[in-house]
Structure formats: structure tokens, C-alpha cells
Design a protein around this ligand. Structure first.
Ligand code: IFM
Length: 452
């Protein structure tokens, strides 16, 4: 069991969560700017207006990455910063910021991985129907073309969408995230189909306008399962459950196959085509061809999962968690097994090199009297999860791991109340302090996980 020698150890962030400078440098509005401006949406009315002020402090942040010894950094581009209306007009100042960040990364030996969409839908597009408007397929394609034209001479790694399950589900089905809508199921399925097509169009544009051979992937989330025991029937139960749909239609987006089968296998899952028939838009062969435009790598954001066994009736069933089951500050269960079984099941089904594009833990971190941030829970979490990942690395084509997150940041509806970072951020002063886990991660990277 070992990680390959060129294993990509990284950390990830997203634009709105860290950049700040929300009204600076010619950036247009996006849905989170508008959503956070209205009271009642986000914990204590926090906003990403300043966030970690990364827009002005990116050089210092790259030095933090260097200190941790990161080989790679996954960040997202704010669509509205580079195309304020989402199409047409280009904002050179916004492009210059990302260009400078990329140069800084490369000069410090850190490989950039760009995510095109981590939830900043330009507000002007939202007003035109956003993801509901079929034109978004071309708008997103145009944006992808711009990124390829401007950055692909220096950046070879791209992910199209981050967590479509979340931005469609939370944004338009439950209304817990921007833009805070609760739309009819029919609309959300139509929107999801446009999202899938926009992904395919972006892949085409990146390929067509890339100045060199690019590595292109996708970064969905959720749905992880692991077996209660290693008996073949429990493993099979976990596999089946992992690729099944949600029993509850009103929360339908939380599943893997609806979002990944079309991209990797070229079709929606049969079970869903039957069950959701009454909600579905017209789906053509041409659509499916576009959606399944070949990609090179498969990214998955993995935080936790469900324990599954085969029931006496021959059907998979979830094993109830014991009382006092370990959980993180944000109340998510700690289930390290998902970093073995998750990538393994995904690889079996989709046969693409795998990256863990996000994994991490929120903790109640504080600066102690000695001025340091001691975060034993995060170290324990990392040690347990990465130990499982190492087992997977011995069995499948596993290429990289991005820790979420490089630094504490704006955790969407929870504002700054959750800390996921390797670096602690004092949001009053913008001081960054590397947590004990950052040094632990540094040492682990140095020995490529040998001691795990
Ligand atoms: O902060 C988020 C990120 O934006 C998307 N994935 C999960 C993280 C933690 O909630």
C-alpha cells in the first residue's frame, strides 16, 4: 500500500469563500452577493464582501501553501469577476488578478487546478433565467473558452463544476443557499439537464481553445457508502446503495448516478428515467452526446458516508449509528472508511483516474494562550481518512487529494461560524496562523504518506 510517487497533495478553496473584494476591480454581481445582502439568509448576516481578502493577500497565501509544502492548489474563478454580465464583456482587471495568482503559484512550484464554477452565478444571467435558460449552455461555453484562451498556456488542469448536487439542490430546491428558491421539481430537473449540458459544452470549449493538452475533470459530491463488514454481501449492498437514488423526491439531488452516469456512461440511470418521468424535460441523443463529452479525470468531494449492510430481505439497509457517534463541529459524522470505499466504488463504475477534490473537517478552533492553534481533532481526522485513502491508492488509479480547505473561510449559509482551514484566519485582522494540522499535513506530504 503506497501513494504513487507523483501523487498530488493539495488544498482547495473557492472564489467567493476567500476572495473578498466583492465590489472591486470591475467585478459584476453574482447571486451570492445579492443573497447575502438580505437579512435572514446567512448566519448573523455574514457576507463574503471581505472574506479572507485573498484578492489583496494572494501572495501571502501562496507563501502559506509553500510552507505547508503543497504540490497543488485548487481554486475557482468567479465568473462574474471575469465576465461581469456572464457573457460578452470581459473584465481585464479580473483576469489580471487570476493571471497574477497563477504566476505566483507557478513561481513557487505549486500546480494550479482551476474550477470553473463553484457557485457564483452572475446576477445578470440569473435575471435572464440562469440555469433554467437553455442559453446558459452557450454562456458557460463562452466563459470556458475565455479561460482556456487566457490561461491554458500555463494551467493544464481544469474542473468544470463543483458539486452540482448542492448548487441545484440547496439553491433551487430547498432554498438554503443562494438564490434561495424552492422551485417545482419539474423546473429543477430541467435546470439540472441544462447544468449537465453546460458541463459538456465547457469540456468542448476547453479542448478546442486549450493551447496544450489539458486534463479536464468534474467535481461532484455526496452519496458515499461503506459496508458494515467485508463480507461480499455487505460490500455489494454498499455498492448498490451508493449508486441508488434518493427515496425522497423532494430532496432528489442528493445522489451520485443522476449526476455522474450521464457524464461518464452517457446515459441517465434507468431507475431515474422511470421514476422521474413526469418531471423530465425532453432529453435527446444529441444532449447525451454533449453531456458525455470525454473527460480525463474524475473528481469527487468526500466528507462522510453511510454504513450499509445487506438486510435479511436481500436489500441493502443502512446501519444506525451508535449513540455518541463521532461528529465534526458542523455535525457531520466522522466516517474515515469512505476514503477507501468511495473512490474504489467510483473507479469500478466509471473507470477514470480519481482525485479527491475536497475532504476536510470543521472544528471549533481557537488561538491558545501560547498564540498557536492546536487542532488535534483535525489531525486525528486526517490521519484516519488518509490511512483509508492509502489503502485505496494500492488498488485503484488514484491521482490526488485536495484538503478542504487551505484556510478558514466563508462557509456559505453558516458564514464564518465554521472553520475548515489548515490556516486559522482572524477575520478582524486578517492574520493567518498555521494550525498544528498544517504542520502535520506538511510532514505527511514530505514522506508521501509513508507513516500513515
Ligand atoms: O465549503 C464547502 C465547499 O464550498 C463545497 N464543499 C463542502 C465545503 C464544506 O461545507
Amino acid at each position: 500500500m503506497a501513494f504513487r510517487k507523483d501523487f498530488v497533495w493539495g488544498a482547495a478553496t473557492s472564489a467567493y469563500q476567500i476572495e473578498g473584494a466583492a465590489n472591486t476591480g470591475g467585478k459584476g454581481l453574482h447571486i451570492w452577493d445579492v443573497y447575502t445582502a438580505q437579512p435572514g439568509h446567512v448566519f448573523e448576516q455574514h457576507t463574503g464582501k471581505t472574506a479572507c481578502d485573498h484578492y489583496h493577500r494572494y501572495r501571502e497565501d501562496v507563501q502559506i501553501m509553500k510552507e505547508i509544502g503543497l504540490k497543488a492548489y485548487r481554486f475557482s474563478i468567479d465568473w462574474s469577476r471575469v465576465m461581469p454580465e456572464g457573457f460578452g464583456r470581459v473584465n481585464e482587471e479580473g483576469l489580471a488578478f487570476y493571471n497574477a495568482l497563477i504566476d505566483e503559484l507557478l513561481e513557487n512550484g505549486i500546480e494550479p487546478y482551476i474550477t470553473l464554477y463553484h457557485w457564483e452565478l452572475p446576477y445578470e444571467l440569473y435575471k435572464r433565467g440562469g440555469w433554467m435558460n437553455p442559453q446558459i449552455v452557450e454562456w458557460f461555453g463562452e466563459y470556458a473558452k475565455l479561460i482556456a484562451e487566457r490561461f491554458s498556456d500555463k494551467v493544464t488542469n481544469y474542473f468544470t463544476l463543483n458539486e452540482p448536487q448542492c448548487f441545484v439542490g440547496l439553491g433551487f430546491l430547498t432554498g438554503a443557499h443562494a438564490p434561495g428558491l424552492k422551485m417545482p421539481l419539474r423546473d429543477t430537473f430541467e435546470m439540472a439537464h441544462n447544468v449537465m449540458k453546460a458541463h459538456g459544452r465547457a469540456v468542448q470549449m476547453l479542448r478546442q481553445y486549450g493551447k496544450q493538452k489539458l486534463t479536464i475533470g468534474y467535481a461532484p459530491t455526496c452519496g458515499m457508502c461503506y459496508p458494515e463488514t467485508e463480507k461480499p454481501e455487505d460490500i455489494e449492498a454498499a455498492r448498490q446503495m451508493m449508486f441508488s437514488l434518493q427515496p425522497d423526491d423532494s430532496n432528489w439531488t442528493w445522489n451520485i448516478p443522476w449526476w455522474s452516469d450521464p457524464v461518464l456512461l452517457g446515459h441517465y440511470p434507468e431507475e431515474g428515467l422511470e421514476r422521474y418521468e413526469k418531471y423530465l424535460p425532453k432529453i435527446t441523443d444529441e444532449d447525451m452526446k454533449l453531456i458525455s463529452e470525454p473527460i480525463d479525470i474524475y473528481g469527487q468531494n468526500i466528507y462522510n458516508g453511510r454504513c450499509i449492510r445487506m438486510g435479511a430481505d436481500g436489500k441493502p439497509e443502512e446501519v444506525k449509528r451508535y449513540e455518541g457517534f463521532p461528529k465534526t463541529a458542523i455535525d457531520w459524522p466522522v466516517t474515515p472508511e469512505v476514503l477507501y470505499w468511495g473512490p474504489k466504488f467510483l473507479y469500478e463504475r466509471y473507470q477514470k483516474p480519481i482525485y479527491i477534490t475536497e475532504n476536510g473537517i470543521s472544528c471549533h478552533d481557537v488561538v491558545s494562550l501560547d498564540g498557536k492553534v492546536h487542532d488535534p481533532n483535525r489531525i486525528d481526522f486526517l490521519a484516519r481518512y488518509l490511512h483509508e485513502l492509502k489503502r485505496a491508492a494500492g488498488e485503484i488509479d488514484l491521482r490526488g487529494y485536495f484538503q478542504w480547505s487551505l484556510m478558514d473561510n466563508f462557509e456559505w449559509a453558516k458564514g464564518y461560524s465554521e472553520r475548515f482551514g489548515l490556516a486559522y484566519v482572524d477575520f478582524r485582522t486578517q492574520e493567518r496562523i498555521l494550525k498544528a494540522s498544517a504542520y502535520w499535513y506538511r510532514d505527511m506530504i514530505r514522506n508521501n504518506g509513508e507513516n500513515l
